[in-house]
Design a protein around this ligand. Structure first.
Ligand code: TRP
Length: 331
């Protein structure tokens, strides 16, 4: 591996079916970034238990997420791909960093406010200190870049603040991470309410497409996608539904919005929606096939993530030892 490559870190929660939004908004870029950067990718199972998970289902989701990352083309030789809870340094560093994080600053996190309103019966301390664990994920690997969507920007900001504060006291311990705004990857909106982000927690299953959905389901969902009444296929602020479909079509075909508009000149929404559905199904088909091979061979899957766990362990241990020494722990 080239030493001078920038280090990228990202994690994904195994909290259910991954969607087309996760794919276009994040995962497609994970695959692209591995050619340019030294990437570390984790399945963030520790973060996922901040909301209740059903154990048997949760275990399946962790396997499924790991298999899907491989199916997407994340190369476990080129990158470090592992399971967060397998590397104890994440929990350890999170504790230490929590002593360098103020109650007030965590209280201001918008995601905490939203989630604690949504899960009012389980406003646990983990939900509150979630950004500290995320800071530990990032800082353990001395990451230069963290690809983040709008919803995680504030969490990266606090990771930077914690790192800066720690370095100020103890010298240069942590690399200060920068946000990385990917070249491709529009924010994918709900197919039923294009003013909202596509989300697997939406009760209306027609509003989102899973990466593992069948071709028929994908096409049916796109056929039902909400558009508007004027039948013009172009990107416009007052046409959020059509703009979203163009964004999706562009992301999977590589065509620009202008090219898409030209391609469907004179055609109706009906044709366009089917074309988007077909293009999405086409893009996902080989991924789904590879997914089946990875998920049906648990032994191979386990070998792969164990190797990743080990690589992550060594990198993380280096930072953690340094932190412990700086703080004054006896080693
Ligand atoms: N909180 C992130 C999410 O829900 C997942 C995550 C955990 C993460 N640790 C991270 C993302 C570190 C980037 C860096 O999307």
């Amino acid at each position: 591996m080239e030493e001078n490559r920038k280090k990228v870190l990202s994690c994904i929660q195994p909290s259910g079916m991954l969607t087309l939004g996760n794919y276009i908004g994040a995962l497609k870029n994970w695959v692209a970034m591995q050619n340019e950067f030294d990437c570390t990718y984790a399945v963030a199972d520790l973060h996922a238990i901040t909301v209740r998970q059903e154990p048997a289902k949760f275990r399946q989701q962790i396997y499924s997420t790991a298999a899907l990352l491989l199916a997407l083309g994340i190369d476990p030789e080129k990158n470090t791909m592992f399971i967060q809870s397998h590397v104890a340094a994440h929990s350890e560093l999170a504790w230490i960093l929590s002593c360098y994080t103020q109650f007030g600053e965590l209280s201001r996190m918008t995601q905490f406010k939203d989630k604690s309103a949504k899960h009012a019966d389980n406003v646990n301390v983990g939900l509150f200190s979630y950004p500290v664990l995320m800071a530990a994920d990032i800082l353990l690997y001395q990451s230069d870049l963290v690809p983040v969507g709008a919803d995680q920007k504030q969490h990266l900001e606090i990771a930077r603040d914690i790192a800066t504060r720690f370095n100020h006291v103890y010298g240069d311990v942590f690399t200060i991470p920068e946000p990385y705004i990917p070249k491709i990857g529009a924010r994918v909106m709900s197919l039923q309410d294009p003013t909202k982000k596509m989300s697997k927690s939406d009760e209306n299953i027609n509003s989102w497409v899973a990466i593992l959905d069948s071709k028929d389901d994908i096409i049916r969902k796109f056929k039902r996608a909400v558009t508007d009444s004027d039948n013009r296929i172009c990107v416009s602020e007052d046409k959020p539904g059509v703009s979203n479909l163009i964004g999706i079509y562009s992301a999977v075909t590589g065509k620009s919005a202008e090219q898409v508009t030209a391609e469907f000149e004179g055609k109706g929404y009906g044709d366009f929606k089917i074309a988007v559905g077909e293009a999405v199904a086409e893009e996902l088909k080989p991924i789904q096939e590879r997914y089946q091979t990875f998920i049906s061979d648990k032994k191979q899957l386990e070998d792969i993530y164990r190797q990743g766990d080990e690589k992550a362990f060594y990198a993380a241990r280096k930072t953690l030892s340094k932190v412990k020494k700086k703080v004054g722990f006896v080693l």
